[in-house]
Write a protein that binds this ligand. Structure first.
Ligand code: SAH
Length: 459
């Protein structure tokens, strides 16, 4: 049992970082998770909650700052909770992420030799997000504010210029606020379920410069919308203006109905040479610059020469499928969410790609069925599963299908390592590993891996 009690003072040196970005320090073998610390900091902290072998403590004082500590650029970095690593120098963030992948592959995956390329970082790790959703509320004085929810709560921290978002956010929010004040449109209040204005969704096509604004409302129509449109059109690049109806008592941001106020109802953007139409509800990667690098690497690892049949599992809106289709004979995509497949099909059409086919359903059901009933074949299989990784039936079927190469795109290196171990025990060899920093200043890291069939190598 731990000797530690709530409010005890502790002193420790931060040695590691948790999945969610808390610093990890030890006192006599007892592990502490301390938010707002950086690897290398010597800190004083106050115990908040303790379990048998670990506890959570609150940072009280940095006794000796880490040499990697920098002053966060954002004034609300600590309250906001969106960026866990802002106090760490960017180069050091990249190193931390590189090590995280490496450590998981050795500890969980059991790999000894890791053919790892340097992690793909951003030259300019700010203003990389092409999408933001700002909630509206009122402050203590009753003034309208917008910003971000404080970490794990629903109270709004005023901030109209998140440094991860585009510069135009500020101008658009200013117009929105003036419009609300002019026509007495009240921010939505969760408790009373009153007020009209919920979130403002803003998206930008980085390659095209096109902007989209979609206002979520707790009502049926937008009063004086023509005035709002007139003002928003003053922002260069404004292409699509709409509102979304969400009259539910829910913390899901968007409702199901979108009404168009101006423009074609979507904006256009490119990842590489592939074109995408993005409507307010569609999924689209939020960091297009890094997405291009990540999927470009996946394409390179797939080693396509034009004659291959490729399966893209967990394909979402088909971003990777369409990338692959540029170089493959045929690409099959599988995805659970029907709407995502609708978008994937639209995007294939938009790009005039006829060598792609999509299936709606669970990978672990669709793939075995296609393999056993229709004897489908794969030269290369690409997977990009959610954080929990691949279902075992999916992995089992991949092994049965005997592709020459498996390219694994992952947003969680722990489940990645578990799944790669499965493949490594069944005739696949770890050939290439590359990390990609899709979310600078957060604790997340993406990676792309190539597994090659050993039997294919011998042939
Ligand atoms: N590469 C995709 C993103 C993949 S994210 C893109 O760029 O659009 C992972 C996807 O897996 C999500 O779209 C999710 O809906 C889907 N998914 C989750 N579990 C699944 C399952 N069991 N079978 C099929 N798809 C699944």
């Amino acid at each position: 049992m731990s000797e530690w009690k709530k409010n005890d003072r502790i002193e420790t040196v931060i040695e590691d970082m948790s999945e969610t970005g808390e610093g990890i320090g030890k006192t006599d073998g007892f592990t502490w998770f301390i938010k707002d610390t950086v690897i290398g900091d010597k800190v004083e902290a106050k115990a908040m909650k303790t379990k048998k072998s670990y506890g959570f403590a609150r940072l009280e004082k940095i006794l000796v700052p880490s040499s990697n500590r920098v002053e966060p650029k954002c004034p609300v970095a600590r309250q906001c909770g969106g960026c866990q690593l802002q106090a760490m120098e960017y180069k050091e963030q990249l190193m931390y992420k590189q090590n995280k992948i490496y450590n998981n592959l050795t500890r969980i995956g059991g790999f000894t030799e890791i053919p790892m390329s340097p992690i793909m970082g951003m030259d300019e790790p700010w203003r990389y997000r092409n999408k933001a959703q700002f909630p509206w509320g009122t402050d203590k004085e009753g003034d309208i504010i917008t910003g971000f929810y404080a970490g794990r709560t629903h109270s709004i921290i005023g901030c109209e210029d998140c440094l991860l978002g585009i510069e135009e956010n500020q101008e658009i929010l200013k117009i929105m606020k003036a419009y609300m004040e002019c026509y007495d449109l009240l921010p939505y209040e969760e408790e009373s379920h009153r007020g009209l204005m919920r979130h403002t969704l803003i998206r930008k096509g980085f390659k095209t410069g096109e902007l989209m604004v979609c206002q979520v409302i707790n009502g049926k129509s937008m009063p004086h919308s023509e005035k709002l449109v007139e003002e928003l059109l003053k922002v260069p690049g404004m292409t699509s203006i709409s509102f979304n109806v969400n009259r539910e008592r829910t913390n899901v941001i968007m409702g199901s109905q979108v009404e168009n106020l101006y423009g074609p109802g979507f904006i256009t953007d490119y990842i590489g040479d592939v074109k995408y139409q993005i409507s307010p509800m569609s999924f689209y990667q939020v960091n297009p610059v890094q997405t291009e690098k990540l999927y470009g690497t996946a394409l390179e690892y797939a080693g396509l020469t034009g004659g291959e049949t490729v399966w893209d599992l967990y394909c979402g809106i088909g971003t990777i499928s369409l990338f692959l289709a540029q170089k493959a004979k045929k690409v099959y995509g599988v995805e659970l969410v029907p709407q995502a497949i609708e978008d994937a099909k639209e995007n294939a059409k938009l790009n005039g790609m006829e060598n792609v086919e999509f299936f709606v359903g669970k990978v672990e059901e669709v793939l075995p069925e296609q393999f056993e009933k229709n004897q489908v074949h794969a030269d290369v299989i690409v997977v990009d599963p959610p954080r929990k990784g691949c279902d075992e039936v999916c992995l089992e079927t991949i092994v049965k299908m005997e592709p020459k190469r498996v390219v694994y795109v992952s947003c969680d290196s722990a489940t990645l390592a578990r799944d790669l171990k499965y493949l490594a025990e069944r005739g696949y060899e770890l050939s290439k590993v590359s990390g990609c920093d899709m979310f600078p200043h957060s604790g997340h890291v993406e990676s792309v891996i190539l597994m090659t069939s050993c039997s294919d190598k011998k042939k």
